[in-house]
Write a protein that binds this ligand. Structure first.
Ligand code: UDP
Length: 328
């Protein structure tokens, strides 16, 4: 039996493919390579194509014995989603509908879903747990919530079991040094801070220092990408063992402000990293910190790369050795 990984050439997808390979799973990857990188796929069979193309899904499901899908393929930028919500509804929501319909048609009954803390919006409680209100403040989070709700109804109607993993802020790189974060354009805090450390950018722009947090900058819960990858493997195991559908938060349970991240990056890299305060970015909640107790208890998930210094050091090693990402 094989696992289909949609978006397996992307950042978290490629690290999950690596984790699946490490334990000998057969893997099929579907990626349109718009954001993903062919070089990031360390093994398995890559189909280059789009979720919204029914022909390629038919080919994948008939040419391979797939018993579970891990679904990453999506657009995932908060800022862009506020400018281009239609793009997010089309690729994310309609793309997921195409996938679920083909899963139903081909009798595939398990899906692990790449979701996000952005489904919560401004939290009612911190740390956030899975029972808390979901009221996204940006179109990206709204589309991910819509995708979760779609899976709920495909479960009720067709028995497709789903586990949704709501990640907080993914960061870091694989310990092999072969894969890491490479978005174009880059919008995420840690890679941008490290590009400033490398002198590829003149400074890091801090988006707002007037939030209701101790230093006025936004607080996030940073989690190592390989710890996230491990959770996907555990979720596939759980669905294979006959588990019911579920939602799990994935984070370390500790928040760091933008200013704290920059300070730790200065210590880790030993470089000067100029910072400039700018306006808030639309759609950003002030503070997102996870309670991942449910994932620990029910999935047996145990993040082992939790220290922010170590997460930033692993990202720094990737950026130092791959200053232009995957491109030569
Ligand atoms: N951020 C920032 N400058 C940047 C990029 C991000 O100040 O150049 C802030 C952003 O406003 C947010 C935090 O860093 O508060 C994390 O943003 P990121 O885009 O990495 O992840 P998100 O929380 O949007 O998933």
């Amino acid at each position: 039996m094989a696992v289909l990984v949609t978006g397996g050439a992307g950042y978290i997808g490629s690290h999950t493919v690596a984790a699946l390979l490490e334990r000998g799973e057969s893997i099929v990857i579907l990626d349109n390579l718009q954001q993903g990188h062919r070089e990031a796929v360390l093994g398995g069979t890559l189909y280059e194509g789009d979720l919204r193309d029914p022909a390629i899904l038919d080919r994948i499901f008939t040419e391979n014995s797939i018993d579970a899908v891990i679904h990453f393929a999506a657009n995932s930028l908060v800022g862009e989603s506020m400018q281009l919500p239609g793009k997010y509804y089309h690729n994310n929501v309609y793309g997921t509908l195409c996938l679920l319909e083909k899963m139903q048609e081909h009798g595939v009954k398990r899906i692990v879903f790449s979701s996000t803390a952005a489904t919560y919006g401004e939290p009612e409680n911190v740390p956030i747990d899975e029972h808390d209100r979901t009221l996204p403040t940006n179109a990206y989070g709204e589309t991910k919530l819509a995708m979760e709700k779609m899976m709920k109804w495909f479960d009720i109607a067709h028995g497709i079991k789903w586990i949704s993993l709501r990640y907080f802020n993914a960061a870091g790189a694989h310990e092999s040094g072969k894969i890491g974060e490479d978005h174009n354009p880059e919008t995420h805090l840690i890679p941008i801070v490290l590009q400033a450390a490398l002198g590829q950018r003149p400074h890091i722009s801090v988006f707002g220092d007037d939030y209701a947090t101790p230093d006025g900058t936004c607080i996030r819960d940073y989690i190592h990408v390989s710890d996230l990858a491990d959770a996907h493997v555990l979720a596939v195991d759980k669905l294979r063992s006959g588990s019911d559908s579920a939602v799990y938060n994935l984070g370390n349970g500790q928040g760091f402000s933008v200013k704290e991240v920059i300070d730790i990056a200065r210590q880790v890299t030993g470089r000067d990293i100029p910072a400039v305060i700018e306006a808030r970015r639309a759609g950003d909640p002030a503070k997102l910190v996870a309670s991942s107790q449910r994932a620990r208890t029910e999935l047996g998930w145990n993040p082992v790369r939790s220290k922010l210094e170590d997460i930033i050091a692993s990202a720094w090693s990737w950026h130092l050795h791959h200053p232009n990402g995957y491109s030569k």
